[in-house]
Design a protein around this ligand. Structure first.
Ligand code: GCW
Length: 686
C-alpha cells in the first residue's frame, strides 16, 4: 500500500517468470504453520500473505498439518512449541532471534522449512524469504542459517512531543502531534514493519533532550499512551525504550532533589519503574543524556556517572530493564582562548576511570567518533579502553553534518570503517565490531544504536535515496561482515527492481557519495566549517570563536588541531599502540585525518604528493564537479524509474549541485585569502 516513495524497500513488485514465479507460487501456495502463532509470528504470517499476493498473485492456504505430497513451506519455532509471547527483554538472546531455512526438494516439488528461535526469529526468516523472492533468487538454491551478530540493534528517535524532530530532515514526527502521541498509529506500524524487515529489535521513541511534556511520559497519565506505542512495536519484536529526564524526581516527583544517592530519589525511581512495568510488562528501559549540553545529571550533586546510572539500573533491574547511558559528555561552555581543553578527549577522560563500576544492566552508549558525527573523524578511543563495561556504539543515520538529506550521502561505507577499525586493545581481533558484539570482553549485553532519519514525509527520509541509509544500518549491524556494496545493491534492487542499468547507476551514485560530500565540505578531517546551530552550508569561522570546543585554528600560515603528545592536547595518547604512534606522527598520520591531529603549514606535503592548500583547492573543484555528475548519472534513468521517484531525486540532486558550488567557492576563497597562495591551475577563486 501507498506510493512507491512510501513503500521504500518493501515494494513487493510483481515477480515475472524469469524470477521463478511459477516455482514460488507453488511453494507459497500452501503454508504449514506449526504451533499457534501470536505476536511477531502473527506479523510474520501477515507479511507472507501480503508478499505472496503482491509479488506472486496468490492467496496462500494456511494449514496445520503437512500435506502428503507437493510443494509447501513449513514455518515453526525451534522447540516445536507454540510461541508464548515474544522474547523476554531481559534475556536479549541472539539464539531466539536466529532462523534457519532448509530445503527438501524432490523431483516434482520443493519443501522449505523455516524455523525461528522464537517468534522474532520467524519474522526475520520471513523477511529473508520475501527479500530472496524480490531479488530473484532461485528457490532451488535457497538455504540460510542466520543469527544476528549484535544483541541490541536499536534506533533512537529524536522526536519531541510537539511534533518537531531534533535534527530531523524529513518532515515532522510520525509519533507526536501537538504535545500528544498520535491517535492513529498506522504509520507507526508501517515504521515498525520497516525496522523489523532489517532486523531492528529496540527503539527509543523520544528525544534524548527530554523536555517538559516528555518528562511526564512515565507518570500514571502518560503511560497508557506510551503503552499504545509499545503494543505496536511488540507485534514486530521491537522493545520500546524511553529517554528520561534525570531531574524527573525534582521536576515532576515533588522530591526536592535528584541526587542519585538520596534515599527518597531512589525510592521514587523504584516506584516509577514498578508503574512503568504495570503498563508495559516488556518495557526495554531508559536512554539517558545526563550532564551533557545543559541536561541535568549527577554532577550537580557531586556524584559521578556510575552513581547516576547505577541508581536507575537498580530501579529497573527487578523488571529486566536496561539503562543506556550516553557518553556524549563534554564542556560545551569552553573558552576558545583556552588551548588546553580538548573536546575530543572528553568522553574518554570522563568514562574510562569508571570502567568496572557499572551494574550489569547498564550500557554506555558511545558515539562513533570523539567529536560529533562529522563527515570524517577518527574512531572514539573509548572502544577497547573499557573492558569491564557493557557498550553500545552510536551512529547517526539522520544526516545532521552530512548534507541533511538534501545532499546524497550513503553512510554505510563510513560505518563499516568504524566497525572494522582495529583498536589494538588486544593482540588480534580488537576491531570495534568485535568489541560491541560483546564476546571479546564478555559483556552481558551490548550492540549498536543509531539516530533515525525518518519523519512524516511521503518518502520517510526527505531524499528518497536516503532510505538506503536506514536499510543499510539495519542490515550492517545484523551482520557487520556484509560489504557496503552488497547492502547498496540489495537496497537498490528491492527499491527500484532488478533492471541492470538502474542497479548499476544507483549503486555507483551511492558508493561515490560520501567521498564526494567530504571533498567539498571537509578537507583532511578538519570538520565543523558549517553554519552554527543549523549545520547546513559553509561558514568556515562559524564555530571558531564559540564555546563548543570545535576549532580549526586556520591562520595565514597553516591550519589544523595539534592533538599530539609533545606539543598538542595529548589526545593521541588515548589510543592503543600502534594507533597512538600512527596518529601522533606527522609522517604516518593518514591524509584524511591529518588536520584532526596536526596543525600544519599550507605548504605541508601530503602522502598524495600535493600540498595542503592545493589539496583544498583540488578537492573542492573536483567535489563540486562530481556533485553535478551525480545528477547526470541519474538523468539516464528517466523512464526507467517511475516519474514520482525520478523527479523527487532529480530535484534533490539539482539542489546539491548548486550548493556544492557554493561550498567550493566559499571554502576556496576563504583559504586563498588567508594563505595568499594561488591555485596552481589558476582556476577561478574569488
Ligand atoms: O549532534 C549534537 C546535536 C544535538 C544533539 C546532540 C546529542 C540531541 O547537534 O542536536 O542533541 O548532538 O547527541 O545529544
Amino acid at each position: 500500500v501507498g506510493s512507491t516513495l512510501y513503500r521504500t524497500w518493501l515494494q513487493y513488485n510483481e515477480v515475472g517468470e524469469n524470477g521463478f514465479r511459477g516455482m514460488y507460487r507453488e511453494l507459497l501456495g500452501r503454508i504449514v504453520v506449526a504451533g499457534e502463532s501470536s505476536g511477531a509470528f502473527a506479523a510474520a504470517l501477515r507479511e507472507l500473505e501480503l508478499g505472496a499476493k503482491s509479488m506472486l498473485g496468490i492467496n496462500p492456504e494456511f494449514m496445520n498439518a503437512a500435506p502428503s505430497s507437493g510443494s509447501y513451506l513449513r514455518i515453526g519455532i525451534k522447540t516445536g512449541e507454540a510461541s508464548s509471547g515474544d522474547r523476554a527483554v531481559s534475556a536479549w538472546g541472539k539464539e531466539d532471534e536466529a532462523f534457519s531455512l532448509k530445503r527438501f526438494s524432490t523431483d516434482d516439488s520443493i519443501r522449505l522449512e523455516l524455523t525461528g528461535g522464537s517468534s522474532s526469529g520467524v519474522l526475520y526468516g520471513v523477511f529473508f524469504l520475501l527479500r530472496a523472492i524480490a531479488l530473484g533468487m532461485n528457490p532451488q538454491e535457497l538455504a540460510a542459517e542466520e543469527t544476528p551478530v549484535n544483541r541490541l540493534r536499536m534506533i533512537n528517535q529524536w522526536d519531541n512531543a510537539d511534533g518537531s524532530i531534533e535534527r530531523g530532515y524529513a518532515g515532522n514526527s510520525i509519533f507526536y502531534e501537538g504535545g500528544e502521541i498520535v491517535q492513529d498509529t498506522s504509520r507507526i506500524r508501517d515504521y515498525a514493519r520497516m525496522l523489523a524487515s532489517v532486523g531492528i529489535n529496540a527503539i527509543s521513541i523520544n528525544n534524548v533532550n527530554v523536555h517538559e511534556i516528555e518528562t511526564r511520559f512515565i507518570t500514571e497519565e502518560g503511560l497508557p499512551e506510551v503503552a499504545r506505542v509499545a503494543d505496536v512495536f511488540r507485534e514486530y519484536g521491537i522493545a520500546l525504550f524511553l529517554s528520561i529526564n534525570f531531574a524527573a524526581p525534582l521536576v515532576i516527583g515533588g522530591v526536592g532533589t535528584a541526587d542519585p544517592l538520596d534515599a527518597e530519589v531512589r525510592q521514587w525511581w523504584a516506584e516509577t519503574a514498578n508503574r512503568i512495568y504495570r503498563h508495559i510488562p516488556d518495557f526495554g528501559g531508559f536512554v539517558v543524556k545526563a550532564d551533557s549540553e545543559h541536561r541535568p545529571g549527577p554532577f550537580a550533586y557531586g556524584r559521578d556517572h556510575a552513581d547516576g546510572a547505577n541508581m536507575l539500573a537498580e530501579a529497573l533491574e527487578p523488571h529486566g530493564g536496561l539503562v543506556i547511558w550516553r557518553c556524549f559528555v563534554y564542556n560545551c561552555m569552553q573558552d576558545w582562548r583556552d588551548r588546553s581543553t580538548d573536546r575530543a578527549r572528553a568522553a574518554y577522560d570522563h568514562f574510562k576511570p569508571l570502567d568496572g563500576k557499572f551494574r550489569d544492566n547498564v550500557l554506555l552508549q558511545i558515539k562513533n567518533g570523539p567529536m560529533d558525527f562529522q563527515v570524517r573523524e577518527p574512531v572514539s578511543p573509548l572502544f577497547g579502553a573499557m573492558t569491564r563495561t557493557n557498550q553500545v556504539l552510536e551512529f547517526q543515520v539522520t544526516q545532521e553534518y552530512t548534507g541533511q538529506q538534501r545532499h546524497l550521502c550513503y553512510l554505510v561505507p563510513q560505518w563499516k570503517q568504524v566497525l572494522d577499525f582495529d583498536t589494538h586493545a588486544v593482540t588480534s581481533g580488537g576491531e570495534v565490531k568485535n568489541i560491541v558484539e560483546g564476546s571479546l570482553f564478555g559483556m552481558k549485553i551490548s550492540g549498536v544504536a543509531a539516530v533515525s532519519n525518518i519523519g512524516n514525509d511521503e518518502c520517510w527520509t526527505g531524499h528518497p535515496l536516503a532510505q538506503a541509509n536506514l536499510y543499510g544500518y539495519g542490515r550492517l549491524i545484523w551482520n557487520p561482515d556484509l560489504s557496503a556494496e552488497e547492502i547498496a545493491e540489495e537496497w537498490a534492487r528491492l527499491t527500484f527492481g532488478n533492471q541492470p542499468v538502474v542497479i548499476d547507476k544507483v549503486l555507483h551514485m551511492l558508493m561515490a557519495s560520501w567521498s564526494i560530500y567530504e571533498s567539498y565540505t571537509s578537507p583532511l578531517g578538519v570538520g565543523w566549517m558549517v553554519v552554527p546551530h543549523y549545520h547546513y552550508g559553509p561558514d568556515v569561522d562559524g564555530y571558531e570563536y564559540s564555546r563548543w570546543g570545535t576549532y580549526h585554528f586556520a591562520d595565514r600560515d597553516g591550519i589544523g588541531v595539534d592533538r599530539t603528545v609533545a606539543s598538542g592536547t595529548g589526545y593521541t595518547a588515548q589510543y592503543f599502540s600502534p594507533n597512538r604512534e600512527m596518529y601522533d606522527s606527522l609522517e604516518n598520520c593518514p591524509d584524511e585525518l591529518l588536520l584532526f591531529f596536526h596543525h600544519v603549514p599550507y605548504s605541508h606535503r601530503l602522502h598524495s604528493g600535493s600540498t595542503v592548500i592545493q589539496h583544498i583547492y583540488d578537492t573542492h573543484f573536483a567535489g563540486a564537479e562530481a556533485a553535478e555528475g551525480l545528477g547526470m548519472v541519474w538523468s539516464v534513468l528517466k523512464d526507467r524509474v517511475d516519474a514520482e521517484r525520478f523527479e523527487a531525486v532529480e530535484a534533490r540532486l539539482a539542489e546539491q549541485a548548486e550548493h556544492a558550488k557554493h561550498w567550493r567557492d566559499v571554502i576556496n576563497t576563504y583559504f586563498y585569502r588567508k594563505s595568499g597562495v594561488p591555485d596552481e591551475q589558476g582556476r577561478q577563486i574569488y
